[in-house]
Design a protein. Structure first.
Length: 65
């Protein structure tokens, strides 16, 4: 499982979950991005393990693509 929390420039915070990093990549490859590229990641968990990550949703996509 992949779970992360991100904030947008307007201050809104969201948490998203995917079955795996691969499912996150597939979702972002759809005709339109499921999540905004500029969202800043503030918390990341993959396979039950909290990971240290600084960057945006686009950076996260590039890390796992």
């Amino acid at each position: 499982m992949m779970k992360f929390t991100f904030t947008l420039s307007n201050g809104m915070t969201y948490t998203e979950e995917f079955d795996s990093p691969a499912d996150f990549i597939v979702a972002q490859l759809a005709d339109f991005d499921v999540l905004p590229d500029e969202g800043k990641i503030i918390d990341l968990e993959v396979a039950g393990e909290k990971l240290s990550f600084e960057g945006t949703i686009l950076d996260l996509y590039n890390k796992y693509a």
